[in-house]
Design a binder for this molecule. Structure first.
Ligand code: SER
Length: 878
């Protein structure tokens, strides 16, 4: 029996022997494809190769690709665990041809591998083809021994594969495995292509890539007909390991066992085992997604991860787990998968922490949300409604972070429905509001209108990397989204043929400066790029006309200070990763002339030591006077150089690589030419900005110097106030602290002396009853200890005596009683006296017969308490 590791290897070796390059799985986050939420098929990383935009040094490849289908066009989230064969995370074995072989060889390879290498019985195999694809049918019949009646024609839904709404696509041919009658749903129409039950297992999809689907839906032929195939590793393993379900293969069993250990419950393959399957599946998805840099959040990929993770937690609750547990599955997932994916081992501690923190957070949300949903259900019941309104569900989501699917589940459990349409409407409205808010925030162009104007003129030529001055011609003037030919003393956007002005992008603010000629001076306040045109926005003083020759002058200080901060940002990113680990990835940045801001993924506050180490490293780079090099190259060479690309950023075919010492990043920003120009780097603050997200703010150059100067001035001020030197300040504070402590002690001593003296004046108040002096009094003492000391002192001074003292100590009543041996012999019991007195003042306590102490809550009852004590003493002694 083959293990999953062996099957994966068998497949890759098979194709390697047939001159395919074995290419590593790409990340689950498609780095340069914003049309895609997660990598959902083996072909994703080759999308541009199919399109002819990208070239590789091989034209045949094979991979085992990590995939997640949980959102977007291919979404299996809700099916997981209900069938033996669907997953959010799975591995796809695939072979690819980029204009090399086509249908015939693809079919020969697949049939050969299945029937001769892993020896699947031919009587269990069926083939489907796209209904118009006669060629495929002929080839199947020509090159394999599959029987004609086993080749079925199916429609577009089944046998035309597309990556998404846009992108490469083509007719396909699928190889199906018949698991046998006993798995049939029993329906009379239980047939391939008609029935989706467990009898029919789709194992290998051969896509004949021929088209690119354009955004308008049109199918454009690809430059070269190509091949993209995909076989689910979990599925082929379930057949080869003779298991009833993917969940019983060696890819899942250890995870299921772990869940059994955690819950103390036994897994069953039926409906009862559903939560086990969901948790096992989701454990893999969460582990791999986080290892690939996704963090739980409220939108995009992070939201899908959050949903998967929270769903697993909810199913954990179904199994009776009421505390974070999912993170414990990371080790098991790692041990199953680390051979093909060694990165898991490096990242597993981080992954565990992320999951655990999210679980803890979710428990808080869950408890609050569950209460709210229950309230809503009972309100709905009393209103005679059977639906939770869209608004209610949205409020739960928006205010309490309670996801819609959970509201739906809880509603369903109570026989209720949720108005999801209403919910979606409110979501859409919220998005619209957010979009509008973003737009009005600093955006000064109405892109749609402006595009129409701009399309009539050539793209702007930005030549400002090494140049801050330019003479050029005004090509367009835009006012309120309309083209004008002349502007006089008004606000306007200017487009010139060439410009040294950097438009805001990649977190770096726009340049400032002036555009002038003899007739006008235009102060550039903002620069934005709209498609390929650069728009300078500001106010005209004088008059400017389309066709004018103008001088464009970038403010040098503004540019240089910004460049200092931009280069420092790269050095900070590199140093940060060296100090805290590779998981600390850039999640955002702001580069201004005055300061820089850097957001990154990390779970804990950085320690003082770490911050210092990072700061030192950045300054070492600065003092090493390293040159900053920028080169243009293609994305693959850049990646080979080890350039750091940002998640979710779309990089064009040609990219700019900025290298400085050992930091290499893809970046279009402006930089200093040598790190020495940065001068100095100083971190001002570090803090959290969200779950797993942190922010560093820092300054460079003159700003860093001024920051330190200010700190020094503050210290001067403090030391002057303390009448000492900055060097001696700490010593001085220490000495002051000591003096304060000494004074406090002295004060205590004086106080107790004072109360002792005032207590001594009480001696006269003692009355003698049958040879025992009885003293019962209220004193003015704030501390229970001093109260006790005084009572003891008075008893000693009185000799044969019983002393009861009461005082208001803080906001409580303090009571104490001392009785001499003789008094005790005559029946006095301090414990009883204090017990009875304390009770009067709403308190309790007691003690021995010769000494007892207690407290009470009601200070107004102190005189009554003492009267009670007096009565008891008198009664006992007389
Ligand atoms: N891209 C196809 C699929 O995902 C074949 O790999 O099914």
């Amino acid at each position: 029996m083959w293990t999953s590791n062996e099957v994966r290897k068998l497949f890759l070796d098979y194709f390697e022997e047939r001159q395919h390059a074995v290419v590593e799985s790409s990340s689950l986050v498609p780095a340069d494809d914003p049309t895609l939420l997660f990598t959902n098929a083996g072909m994703n990383q080759f999308k541009d190769v199919f399109l002819g935009i990208d070239k590789r040094n091989y034209d045949k490849a094979a991979t085992s690709q990590k995939c997640v289908r949980a959102g977007g066009k291919h979404n299996d989230l809700d099916t997981v665990g209900r069938t033996p064969r669907h997953h959010t995370f799975f591995e796809m074995l695939g072979n690819f041809s980029f204009g090399d072989y086509f249908k015939e060889d693809a079919i020969i390879y697949a049939w050969d591998f299945l029937t001769n290498v892993v020896n699947l019985p031919k009587e269990n195999l069926w083939v489907t083809i796209f209904h118009e694809d006669d060629e495929a049918k002929d080839i199947w019949l020509k090159v394999t021994d599959v029987k004609a009646e086993r080749i079925l024609r199916l429609g577009e839904e089944e046998n035309f594969w597309s990556m998404g709404d846009t992108g490469p696509c083509g007719p396909c041919s699928e190889i199906m495995y018949d698991r046998g009658e006993k798995y049939s749903c029993g329906h009379e129409n239980c047939l391939i292509g008609v029935c989706d039950c467990d009898r029919w297992l789709e194992i290998w999809n051969l896509v004949f890539m021929q088209f690119n689907r354009e955004p308008d839906g049109e199918l454009k032929p690809l430059p070269n007909p190509s091949i993209d195939t995909g076989m689910g590793l979990e599925r082929i393993c379930s057949i080869l390991q003779q298991k009833e379900s993917n969940f019983e293969t060696d890819l899942f069993i250890p995870i299921i066992k772990k869940i059994e250990d955690l819950t103390g419950k036994k897994y069953k393959a039926d409906e009862e085992g559903f939560p086990f399957r969901v948790i096992a599946d989701h454990s893999r998805a969460c582990t791999f997604l986080i290892a690939d840099g996704v963090l739980p959040s409220n939108d995009g990929r992070g939201y899908v991860l959050r949903r998967i993770l929270r769903r697993a937690v909810r199913f954990g609750r179904h199994l009776g787990i009421k505390e974070p547990f999912l993170y414990q599955n990371v080790d098991v997932v790692t041990s199953i998968m680390e051979t093909p994916y060694p990165e898991l081992n490096e990242k597993k501690d981080f992954v565990k922490e992320v999951i655990k923190m999210e679980e803890e957070r979710f428990f808080v949300t869950l408890n609050e949300g569950i209460k709210k949903v229950e309230e809503m259900i009972s309100t709905a019941k009393s209103d005679n409604r059977s639906t939770i309104t869209g608004q209610e569900a949205f409020m739960l989501y928006d205010t309490y972070g309670f996801p819609l699917d959970l509201t739906e589940d809880m509603a369903e459990e109570n026989g209720f429905e949720v108005d999801t349409q209403g919910f979606n409407l409110m979501m859409e409205e919220q998005r619209e509001r957010a979009r509008k808010a973003n737009k009005s925030d600093g955006a000064f162009v109405e892109e749609q209108v402006i595009n129409e104007i701009l399309e009539k003129i050539p793209a702007s030529n930005f030549n400002g990397y090494n140049n801050l001055e330019e003479k050029s011609t005004v090509l367009a003037l835009i006012k309120d989204g309309e083209a004008i030919s002349n502007a006089k003393d008004i606000e306007v956007s200017i487009v010139t043929e060439a410009t040294p002005f950097y438009a805001e992008s990649g977190g770096q603010v726009a340049d400032k400066g002036n555009i002038k000629n003899a007739k006008c001076d235009f102060a550039v306040e903002n620069v934005q790029k709209v498609a390929s045109w650069i728009l300078h926005h500001g106010k005209v003083s004088g008059e400017i006309t389309v066709g004018d020759t103008v001088e464009l002058l970038v403010d040098q200080n503004h540019r240089l200070n910004t460049a200092r901060n931009h280069t420092a940002t790269h050095l900070l990113h590199k140093s940060l990763r060296k100090v805290v680990g590779e998981h600390a990835q850039q999640k955002g940045s702001l580069v201004e002339p005055e300061r820089l801001r850097f957001d990154f993924s990390h779970l804990h506050a950085l320690t003082e030591e770490e911050l210092l180490e990072i700061e030192n490293k950045v300054n070492e780079y600065i003092w090493s006077m390293s040159n900053v090099e920028a080169t243009n190259t293609d994305i693959n060479s850049a990646k080979e150089m080890g350039a750091i690309a940002l998640f979710g950023e779309k990089y064009t075919e040609e990219v700019r690589v900025v290298s400085v010492a050992d930091s290499i990043e893809l970046c279009g920003g402006t930089h200093v030419s040598n790190t020495g120009q940065i001068g100095l780097f100083k971190i001002q603050s570090e803090g959290s900005i969200g779950s797993g997200l942190r922010r560093i703010e820092a300054v460079t150059g003159k700003n860093a110097f001024e920051y330190l100067n200010q700190a020094e001035a503050k210290l001067q001020e403090i030391s002057a106030y303390l009448r000492t030197t900055p060097q001696e300040t700490l010593y001085k504070i220490d000495a002051l602290n000591k003096t304060i402590k000494e004074r406090e002690k002295e004060l205590e001593l004086l106080k107790s002396k004072l109360t002792k003296e005032s207590s001594e004046s009480l001696l006269d108040k003692a009355v003698e009853i049958n040879g025992i002096k009885a003293l019962i009094a209220q004193v003015d003492v704030e501390d229970a200890n001093i109260l006790r000391q005084n009572a003891e002192m008075l008893k000693d001074k009185l000799g044969k005596a019983v002393v009861v003292l009461g005082a208001v100590t803080g906001d409580k009543v303090g009571l104490v009683c001392f009785a001499s041996k003789e008094a005790v012999n005559q029946g006095v019991n301090a414990g009883n006296i204090i017990g009875a007195a304390a009770k009067v003042a709403s308190g309790g306590g007691g003690g021995r017969s010769d000494m007892a102490q207690a407290g009470g809550k009601d200070v107004t009852k102190l005189p009554d308490a003492l009267s009670t004590a007096r009565e008891l003493v008198e009664k006992t002694l007389s």
